[in-house]
Design a protein around this ligand. Sequence first.
Ligand SMILES: [Fe+2]
Length: 255
Amino acid sequence: MFDKLRSLFGGSKEEHVPSVIHDYSLMAVDIHSHLIPGIDDGSKTMEDSVFLIKSLYDLGFKKLITSPHVMADGYVNSTETILSGRDKVREAIKQNGIDIQFDATGEYNIDEGMYAKIEKNDLIPIGKNYIMVEMPFLAKPAIMGDIMYKLQTAGYNVILAHPERYGYFYENDFSSYNSLKDRNILFQVNIASLSGTYGKGARYSAEKMINENMVDFIGTDLHGTKHLEFLKECVGLKYLEKIITYDKLLNKTLL
Ligand SMILES: [Fe+2]
């Protein structure tokens, strides 16, 4: 199947090439990570968070907008849990003398809980009223279109987190992605998809989206130290250079 994907999507066999990119300073702002300790499957302790944030600073990031999972079941976070967690992390950053901006939003799961959140404006937008959503990996939720539409009519600009990772989108053709773009959905591709961390399908989809200028944001989706290694591996990848130097990439507009 992946050879078919490669021929369909035109993924490149060429991996590392001489690059002018040595870190993530051109990207500057990350909008996707799990750095508030103990509230989702990301960082477990404040010590972990400080280590991860210092490491991201060393990789060139100037601002982190962390995005804990917000789900109706599982990681049941709220505006309060996220903002109070953000404030504690900010305090730890200050105490440790790390020169980085730190803010928070949510990675909102498209589930039934979203209806009440939209109704009550119980969401944490960033930048130009951006709200980032994610979906289950096994099956597309029937309410996907409805939730996206309701968010948009409430005045939000919807970012879909890691669209390249949804097999139900990439396994057939690219039309699902095109129709999301036709509906003004913004795409945030995970950096580690470019090295194949999430599989070949995700990699080829990400590469094709970059080739077709469909990517609006990139993100680390950092959960822990393993993701730091993925980020280091990706420096020097042709497609990372291509997207990080893309003039319409929106990350740095949030600085
Ligand atoms: Fe995430």
